[in-house]
Structures are given as C-alpha cells and as structure tokens.
Design a protein around this ligand. Structure first.
Ligand code: SAM
Length: 221
C-alpha cells in the first residue's frame, strides 16, 4: 500500500473494518464467527453486501446515497479497502463496514443466515483462459451459499463484461433451486444503483457488451 493508504488503514480501520476471527488462511473466516448486524451497524436496517468491491466506487456511492440502508464491502485487496475507507470517510458514509476476507466464507460464517437483503457481484474476476475458468466465483456452490445468506425475497445481482461468464452465471442460477429470475428475456436491465467503474469502462472500451443479471431468493418453506 502507498503511505497514504497505510495511514488511512491505521486511522480509519477502527471505524470501518470488521475484525474477523480467521481460520488457517489470512483471508479466511473461522466457522462459527457470526456477527450480530444490529451490534455492528448500531441499528436494524436492510443489509446490502458487495462482493469484490475493488476500489469501492459502487459501494461508497450506494452507502452515501442510501442512508437508510446498511452496507458491507467484501474484498481481499487491501489497498482497495484503504481507498474505499478514504472515500467513505470523505463522503461521510457511516452506514458502511468492510471486511478483508474471502467472500464465500463471509457469507457462510460471518453473516447470520437469511440476514442479507441484497448481494451484489459486479465484474468478478473473469478467469477467461480455459485452464483458469474453474477459479470463477459464480458456481453452484456459490449459489447455495448466497441462498443461505439472503433473506426470503432478497436480490442477487451480477454484472459482467465477459459473455461466457454471463452465460455461466445464467446456467448456474437457472439450476439453483433457491432462486428465481427477477427479469424477463435474456438479461436484466442495467441496475440503476450500479455506478460506472473502471472495469466496466475498460470492458466497454474494448467493445465487450456489459450484461446484468438479477435473481430473487425464493421463500423458504
Ligand atoms: C475485476 S475486480 C472488480 C472490482 C469492482 N467490482 C469494480 O467493478 O470495479 C474483482 C475484484 O474482486 C476481488 N475478489 C476476487 N476474489 C475474491 C474473493 N474470493 N473474495 C473477495 N474479493 C474477491 C478482487 O480482489 C478484485 O478487486
């Protein structure tokens, strides 16, 4: 991290970063470490979670423009989290918390079951080379874990600039019994709450089409 980012981390982390109990890896979450959102955010409010928040552009914008909701940014890239805290502090966003951890473990072990109102996955790493596609985040296991974290009727939103990843997302989610599509036709309309990030700009610049997908968590029986 740069010196400014190091400074941001030590000054702002106490207010923004959730210190999670770890398992073996430094970005893991120890099973059985569920937080109480009311205690962490100091109130009861819909919780919106962004996975792979990068520099934090989308989540900081959302947190500062939706003060009635609470936000959690999950990211493994520490410099991105430092940038996010600096911008959140500048924007006066007090309804945002960050966790430096592997997202599926956060959903499974840090957040209580059925506690999330919306889950956002915008421009996840594409791993577009054939030998790497198995590293992609959006798989059947991910859908199962996301279904556990989302409350009934909660939304799972994706955006990607890689066509074959968009197709994979749609295939995975069509087979996921906890979810139903929240759009008609091939793709969801662009989500209003999604600000333009560097990744989207880069994809669009090289001529890749941006696709949104949205799924609703079915009611538990
Ligand atoms: C391509 S970037 C997109 C960032 C941001 N969503 C945007 O649109 O600007 C993907 C981000 O996901 C993060 N990431 C990848 N795997 C992750 C995981 N398992 N848990 C948390 N974050 C992850 C990466 O560190 C990276 O910052």
């Amino acid at each position: 991290m740069s010196e400014a980012q190091e400074r941001a981390w030590s000054e702002l982390a106490p207010a923004y970063v959730i210190e999670a109990p770890r398992d073996i890896a430094s970005t893991s979450i120890r099973p059985g470490s569920a937080i109480d959102p009311v205690e962490v955010w100091g109130r009861e409010a819909p919780l919106i979670v962004e996975i792979g928040s990068g520099q934090g552009h989308a989540v900081v914008h959302a947190a500062s423009s939706r003060p009635a909701d609470d936000f959690l940014a999950i990211e493994v890239f520490r410099a991105g989290l430092a940038r996010t805290m600096l911008d959140a502090d500048r924007a006066g966003a007090r309804n945002l918390r960050l966790v430096e951890a592997n997202a599926p473990e956060v959903l499974e072990h840090l957040l209580p079951a059925a506690s999330v109102a919306e889950l956002w996955v915008f421009f996840p790493d594409p791993w577009h080379k054939k030998k790497h596609t198995k590293r992609r985040l959006v798989t059947a296991d991910f859908a199962l874990i996301a279904g556990g974290a989302l409350r009934d009727g909660g939304m799972l939103r994706f955006a990607t600039d890689w066509e074959d990843y968009a197709l994979q997302m749609r295939e995975v989610m069509s087979a996921a019994s906890d979810f139903e599509p929240a759009f008609e036709g091939q793709w969801a309309p662009r989500f209003d709450g999604r600000v333009l990030t560097a990744f989207e700009r880069k994809g669009a610049r090289v001529g890749r089409e941006i696709r949104d997908l949205a799924y609703r968590r079915a009611t538990r029986t």
